[in-house]
Design a protein around this ligand. Structure first.
Ligand code: ATP
Ligand code: MG
Length: 396
């Protein structure tokens, strides 16, 4: 929504914090709690992921925020106001809600679906239409889908419309219950990335439910791991969760490959690289050999005048008196300082050398990444890792 609309007193508003204070839900007739004594604070503008096994109370916890499920005891506050002070009908208009089965109305057009809440709020036709256009652009769908029906869109497109509909009245809080669960893995990854980019712009407070820990780590600024009975097992940043699971339950849930997951949170630039023994064409090979004597990597890297990698120099390349122009070993993969460390590792594992030059934005060599560098790093002082990782949002 525009600033002018805000000034006119539209429904939209800045993101608001969401606070659970000792919240319990027991469904009528149940002999145990669905959610038990849940306390957590989600700062305004952050994504908090609720994750845990089936039946652990994720949906229940989320639905108490918009009062589609009533709280048994405790309190939830949005922007400092207890939800019980606002009527359920009003809350449902004010809070964006995306559900797993997308839940678009099949007999309404995409435009009408997106305009659901604006219609309830009595926006005039022009304002509604402008907002629909704006949202279609935001979710990267062409304007002409506005007049189609949900069945005429792919599953991923429908899901994006679901997100647009939830955003229509520019709500301060979004509830997303396994929003991408029904989408195939490839499109799922795309829509996750798309949502993270969108969120970087709109900065909503988002409660996001998933049972997929990888999705939680990718999407969450913070993650609440729930165990059966809706009890909080751990509330932490993705990096903290991977570094320091609170107990065996969380450790099992996060999985044995958490070291690898940790790499997904970091960039190549977060790690101390080996110094590259550089060589230039025409240089005396004796000089290069001398340089190699003190190097961690067994080969010298031939670079051009701009320090761009050309290739690794083999023994045979160094047998002559001067460095040749065309070295025997390909420099690939060449990694970028901004590459995600996990992707860099996978490139390294597929490479011939298990060493890779790392270049800066200008393509100039800044160091060498190797499997040894990564395994030393994983074995190194965990606190240091945490400091690096905690400074970083999960990567798109
Ligand atoms: N309307 C209801 N009436 C009675 N019990 C319910 C109701 N809804 C959920 N429950 C129970 O509350 C518990 C938590 O359910 P909830 O749907 O919140 O779990 P969940 O973590 O979202 O599970 P899933 O991952 O399968 O979606 C379950 O034991 C469930 O059977
Ligand atoms: Mg659920």
């Amino acid at each position: 929504m525009t600033g002018q609309e805000a000034a006119e007193g539209g429904a939209g508003s800045a993101a608001a914090s969401v606070v659970f204070r000792d919240v319990t839900k027991r469904y009528p007739g149940a002999d145990s709690d669905a959610v038990s004594g849940l306390s957590l604070e989600v700062p305004a503008g952050e994504i908090c992921v609720l994750v845990g096994p089936s039946g652990c109370g994720k949906t229940t916890a989320m639905r108490m925020v918009n009062r589609t499920v009533e709280i048994t005891s405790g309190e939830i506050e949005i922007g400092g106001t207890p939800v019980t002070e606002t009527s359920p009908a009003e809350l449902r208009r004010e809070i964006g809600y995306v559900i797993q089965q997308i839940g678009l109305f099949p007999h309404r057009t995409i435009a009408q679906n997106i305009a659901t809440v604006p219609s309830l709020l009595g926006w005039d036709r022009q304002r509604t239409r402008d907002r629909v256009d704006e949202l279609l652009e935001l979710i990267s769908l062409p304007a002409e889908v506005a007049d189609r029906y949900p069945s005429q869109l792919s599953g991923g497109q429908q899901q994006r419309v679901g997100v647009a509909r939830a955003l229509a009245a520019d709500p301060p809080v979004m509830l997303m219950d396994e929003p991408f669960g029904a989408i195939d893995p490839i499109n799922r990854e795309r829509i996750q990335n798309e949502f993270l980019r969108l969120q970087a712009e709109i900065r909503k407070t988002v409660l996001f439910v998933t049972h997929d820990i990888d999705e939680a780590i990718k999407m969450g600024d913070r993650i609440a791991v729930l165990r059966e009975g809706g009890r909080l097992a751990q509330f932490a940043t993705p990096a903290e969760l991977l570094m320091d699971p609170a107990d065996e339950f969380v450790e099992d849930f996060v999985g044995a490959d958490r070291a690898l997951k940790r790499l997904a949170l970091m960039r190549v630039s977060d790690i101390d690289l080996w110094e590259a023994p550089l060589a230039f064409a025409g240089q005396d090979t004796a000089e290069v050999r001398a340089k190699l004597a003190g190097a961690e990597v067994p080969w010298a890297l031939l670079v051009d005048a701009g320090r761009k990698p050309i290739g690794w120099l083999s023994e045979r390349d160094l047998a002559a008196g001067t460095v040749p122009e065309r070295p025997g070993i390909s420099p690939d993969p060449i990694l970028d300082r901004d590459d995600v460390l996990r992707d860099a590792l996978s490139d390294l594992l597929q490479s011939q050398t298990h060493y890779a030059p790392v270049v800066d934005a200008a393509g100039a060599t800044t160091g060498i990444l190797s499997l040894d560098v990564i395994s030393d790093f994983l074995a190194s002082d965990e606190a240091k890792v945490e400091e690096h990782a905690a400074a970083d949002r999960p990567l798109a």
